[in-house]
Write a protein that binds this ligand. Structure first.
Ligand code: GLN
Length: 305
């Protein structure tokens, strides 16, 4: 396995030159774009890593997977999906167009920004701090890492420049999709996107999903099986945004990307995979990261299809 990961990094490294780090969140533009790392955690709890597998990055949209699971545990599937849909969009992750052209302003799915902001408004807690602490506590259990916290600089950078996310949230507030104060929901969303971890943490989260919600380390049931299945399905249909179809053909695994350069992938019944490469392609997915996953999936014949 170690050799395979080293080979995957060697194979994929040239592709990082085809991408660029996200710069619409200014703080994200400061990273070294040539980094590339991968980690795997097996169902037995064994782990391997190669390249920049211990470098920290922010979860960004990968956090939407955790927020959705928590919201469904808090409020039930039926209520959550009265506020957000289940269909892929074919539009970029931060698109606003469908909110106005669809019959209701209900965002199409929980993996795009509009859907994730709507989901965040459903997480239980008296105030933002309590909601965030609950969410970070949940991410810590999923990643088996009690040290996880959010990156203040990235949060401030996104908060200062998040005009489009503010537009999405205000539109949904007007349409009665969002519960509570717009600014409070955005604070939770921006802080959750700024949760900082590494590829090994992400691989652990993928291993929990691979085991239908059970920790490969402690045997604890962290998420009910039905919710693990629900989010894995969204990861297949919407996890890589408007590149989800091509990713399903080439890699064939439930996965979720973030503009921090991370990709969470899960191989049901087998392993979790975490990838980090901050140079992004035009759709906002890690350019090198996708190639790492293509290589590993092909060599180990991991496609679920
Ligand atoms: N925080 C980012 C945003 O809202 C998350 C987007 C992403 O990772 N695709 O724009």
């Amino acid at each position: 396995m170690q050799n395979l990961l080293d080979e995957a990094i060697r194979y994929a490294l040239p592709y990082v030159l085809e991408g660029k780090p996200a710069s619409y969140i200014p703080e994200l533009g400061k990273v070294d774009p040539k980094q590339l790392g991968v980690a795997i955690v097996s169902m037995e709890g064994n782990h391997w890593g190669s390249g920049a597998c211990n470098s920290n990055f922010t979860m960004q949209s990968i956090s939407k997977v955790a927020a959705l699971m928590l919201a469904v545990m808090d409020r039930g599937e039926q209520y959550v999906f009265s506020k957000v849909g289940m269909e892929p969009t074919g539009d970029p992750f931060n698109s606003i167009i469908k909110l106005e052209t669809m019959k209701t302003a209900k965002p199409l799915n929980p993996m795009i920004n509009a859907g994730a902001i709507a989901v965040d408004s459903l997480i239980l807690g008296e105030h933002v701090e309590e909601k965030l602490n609950r969410l970070i506590g949940f991410v810590r259990r999923l990643c088996h890492n009690e040290k996880i916290w959010f990156n203040q600089e990235v949060y401030q950078s996104e908060n200062a420049t998040g005009y489009r996310n503010r537009a999405l949230a205000n539109f949904m507030k007007d349409a009665a999709i969002i519960e509570g104060e717009v600014e409070a929901v955005l604070e939770l969303y921006f802080k959750q996107c700024s949760i900082e971890l590494n590829a090994m943490d992400i691989a652990m989260m993928g291993a929990v999903l691979a085991g239908d919600g059970t920790s490969p380390i402690t045997g604890e049931v962290i998420i009910p099986k039905s919710i693990a299945r629900l989010v894995k399905t969204f990861m297949v249909t919407c996890g890589m945004y408007d590149a989800s179809g091509e990713f399903a053909v080439r890699v064939g695994l439930p996965a979720k990307s973030g503009v921090g350069g991370g990709i969470l992938a899960t191989v049901p019944g087998k392993m979790g995979i975490g990838v980090f490469g901050p140079a992004l392609d035009s759709k906002g997915n890690s350019a090198g990261g996708i190639k790492v996953l293509e290589y590993i999936s092909r060599k180990l014949d991991l496609s679920i299809f």
